[in-house]
Design a protein around this ligand. Sequence first.
Ligand code: ADP
Ligand code: MG
Length: 615
Amino acid sequence: MSNTETHHFQAEIQQLLDIVIHSLYTDKEIFVRELISNAADACERLRFKQSSGNAIQQSELAPTISVATDEKAGTITFTDTGLGMTHGELVENLGTIAHSGTKAFLKQLAENKKPDINLIGQFGVGFYSAFMVARKVTVLSRSFAPDEQGWQWTSEGMGGYELAPAADLPRGTRITLELKDEAKEFAQQDTIERIIHRYSSFVPFPIELNSKRLNTVQAIWARKKSEIKEEEYNEFYTFIGHDHEKPLFRLHFSADAPLAIQSLLFVPQRNFETLGMGRMDLGVNLYCRKVLIQAKADGLFPGWLRFLKGVVDSEDIPLNISRETMQDTSLMEKLNKVLTGRFLKFLDEQSEKEAEAYEKFYTEYQRFLKEGVVTDFPHREALGKLLRYESSTLDKGKLTSLADYVKRMPADQKEVYCLLAANRGAAEASPYFEVFKERKWEVLFLYDAWDEFVMEHLHTFDGKPLKLAEKADLNLGGKPDGALSDEAAANLAKWLKETLGDKVGEVRVSRRLVESPAIVVDADKYMTASMRRIMKAMKQDAGPDAAAKHDLEINPAHPLVTRLEAIRQKHGDLAVSVAEQILDNARVAAGLLEDPRAMLSRLNQLLERVLDKES
Ligand code: ADP
Ligand code: MG
């Protein structure tokens, strides 16, 4: 063609192209997203021109995007009816580097000659990603400005490009990629459909692929809450959550400071992990202006919130950032902080406003909240507020928050008490519960083995220490009738220690038992009997000789104890058997007796002696 102009790329462009083609993106498919994003930007900018009163070429043409694949020819074409480019704009936009940041970066690169991949990703080079897969790119474009004609820009990505006038073009831009042999898959409709579905489902202009409309679900997160119908929310959830049930909770919110965020989050009815599907992936996708930045974005929420599904859209993600990976971790941390805080506040509100739904949520997801208490220090306190437990003063099946427990505490009670047990019956029958029952102090009943770790990590609530019942240092009021004198009780304790030897740590006289003759208490200040049990179950070492670590506390008013003191001088062997049996019974009550055989044969001998007496 006679009026074809030949242009050289700016030196930096050539350098940039090499980087883009060889090392910037690991996933070649993202060129589809980049070209569609450019087309959508062009449509958006056309709308803006229209609304600000500019004269528009072919103003009847609505802004749309269409993609066509041609397997035979090995091409893919992107067409938009956006604002198009003039001759000058083609030269400026596709032949030089406009971004000063990119220039600075390239200069730096030239100086120390060591490309830092992390830096490369910070700059917008979307258009050039076409050269990863194309041996030749042709751009036909005609500006929206009424007196502009069309132009054809072509390049093979080496050295430069050619520009020539092109007659009879419609407004907008058409980009055709002649695919390299190794990239021919991108001429297949199925492949492109999958890629567009993944990255560009929410682009706010219609996208057609070979005349088939693809993006039919709207980015409703960016709309006003008041204008969105319930069905639209549910349809959206079905689309992104791949779940045919309605969500249990929904949180749609936006924030301006410290970051611009639009977010739509859902809690599914069901906890998929309990359905035996293993640990879930994070389920929230990160968008910037409706274009996917990262699916299931790592770091957007803490791990314990992996049950959430939905979308976070932030314009504050630098426009030029590589959309492939979020490289700015401090930005992610900021997003995480805002989002997690907001969601915790939402749960707290729901627990008040939607008590029933919250209870359902708690039943499904309590393990996640507890995981959060243990792993997410900054949010520990807020998470503590969300925990719910049965309690000794409430009916079976009713749950209380720690906050409500604290409100009910009598003035002289300084600690929050918890008792880990298999179920309510076991909790109420536990010897560790006796002193609380007698004092009429409330105890939280924990039935989940994790709860002990949870309380340990939570440590205090509202300034009140959280105490496990078996660690509580409590006395009953006065001394009951018939109790051993202090001296007799002390002597018996001494004798028991001599008799039981290594089987126990210390033997002490207890002031907190009512109905039980004795209990075992873990000698280790930081370890409780139940924690040992859990560690054993998890096959972790619970320290040397775990079984010998327990102290024995005896009830000086229990008939078994008072009689033992009375007979131990006269009937030595019987007293020894009874002492051993008392210890084993206490271990049974604590769930700590591992091998009952010795205990059973001793018990049988004791029963024989009882029967002998009667015959
Ligand atoms: P970025 O989109 O980050 O600006 P790109 O390399 O993707 O960087 O695009 C460079 C420029 O080329 C765009 O800023 C835009 O001005 C122009 N451009 C690219 N594609 C189109 C298009 N389809 N219509 C109009 N202008 C476009
Ligand atoms: Mg772009």
